[in-house]
Design a protein around this ligand. Structure first.
Ligand SMILES: O=C(O)CCC(=O)C(=O)O
Ligand SMILES: [Fe+2]
Length: 358
């Protein structure tokens, strides 16, 4: 669960220094940098990470695949899916899902809308820029944290999906179909998260609706990440190693690889499999399960040739929920591994000290 981040340089992605030429105002994002800098053969020094944090060769392993077909079918079928989810959650904290029920055409539409947003003129995207890391809709670059850090090769659009009425009117209205597509996509992903959370709850020996009930009204945040080609991909990262603070993240991406997951002190590459989602547990579920399930570190690496897009949707409790181990999972012999904390305070503390997206 513990997150690591590049040591501080004097920069954050949203600050700009007056002695830097305008063309290198990094707050405009890496897409802008790549589009406007002529002959970009090396990365600006602000993006160079210490060697210890640079991406190393990765180990050969694959995250587990869970087939959700007939999750609501026979009792035996459900039990075997719950068993597969439970071992993926305790062993990896990450898994791929297939036969999840979301239409590929909707996934493609969402990817196209997000691509359309990042392809807008800079002035249009900058309408959503904000210095407030908790702002309900935010376009930015590098990491979503107020901590000082070396810059990362990523632009992002981040906004709440649920509760819808709190932020829908603030979502980008360009490209013209963004709101309509994102609304449908996020509603479908919310339903999928709910099904998976029910199965995870049962896998822990809790009632099917235990986790969702613990969410109260719940929260959903989408982070769309845009990683343009990078001239020196081995000297930087798109997204620093971090764990997600929410309950469950459901991620899809275009056909360019770049996600890496920590597994037994190695980094494992998570390749693109068309039509599937990658799912991971966040800190909230590690704490709720009193450490039985893991919220595992992951990061985004970049490449020289192609733009990578990923869309990560986090599902967690309402901001006023208490994050604490489920009392049913504790008996007099088990030690309470985490101190209860208000979810809002947990989020805030993460966002002022480490890389965090949700
Ligand atoms: O780009 C990716 O695959 C990782 C995204 C991610 O971890 C996040 O947005 O929290
Ligand atoms: Fe993440």
């Amino acid at each position: 669960m513990a997150s690591s981040i590049a040591p501080s340089s004097q920069l954050t992605g949203t600050s700009s220094s007056s002695d830097r030429p305008c063309s290198l105002d990094f707050s405009k994002g890496v897409k802008y940098l790549v589009d406007t800098a002529s002959n970009l053969h090396s990365i600006p020094s602000e993006y160079i990470l210490p060697l210890s944090l640079c991406p190393l060769p990765v180990c050969n392993a694959s995250i587990p695949v869970v087939d959700l077909k007939d999750l609501h079918g026979s009792i035996d079928r459900r039990a075997s899916i719950i068993q597969a989810l439970s071992s993926a959650c305790s062993e990896w904290g990450f898994f791929r899902i297939i036969n999840h029920g979301i239409k590929i055409s909707l996934m493609d539409d969402m990817l196209r809308s997000v691509d359309g947003f990042f392809s807008l003129p800079l002035e249009e995207k900058m309408k959503y820029a904000s210095d407030d890391v908790m702002h309900p809709v935010r376009y930015g670059t590098s990491l979503n944290t107020s901590a000082k850090h070396a810059l990362h090769w990523r632009d992002y659009l981040r906004h709440f999906g649920h509760p819808l009425q709190n932020s829908f009117h603030l979502w980008p209205d360009s490209p013209p179909n963004y709101r309509e597509v994102a609304k449908e996509y996020l509603e479908e992903v919310w339903k999928l998260a709910s099904k998976i959370l029910g199965a995870i709850s049962e896998g822990l020996g809790l009632d099917r609706d235990y986790i969702e009930k613990s969410f109260g009204e719940g929260s959903q945040i989408v982070a769309s990440n845009y990683y343009p080609p990078c001239p020196e991909p081995h000297r930087t990262l798109g997204l620093a190693a971090h764990s997600d603070h929410g309950g469950l993240t459901i991620l899809m991406q275009n056909d360019v690889d770049g996600l890496q997951v920590r597994y037994k002190d190695n980094w494992v590459q998570v390749g693109h499999v068309p039509g599937s989602f990658v799912v991971n547990l966040g800190d909230y579920l590690e704490i709720l399960s009193n450490g039985r399930y893991k919220s595992v570190e992951h990061r985004g690496v970049v490449n020289e040739e192609r733009t990578r897009i990923s869309i990560a949707v986090g599902h967690g409790p309402e901001l006023t929920a208490i994050v604490a181990p489920a009392s049913q999972l504790l008996d007099e012999k088990s030690e309470l591994k985490y101190t209860p904390i208000l979810y809002k305070d947990y989020m805030r503390s993460q966002q002022s000290s480490v890389s965090s997206v949700y």
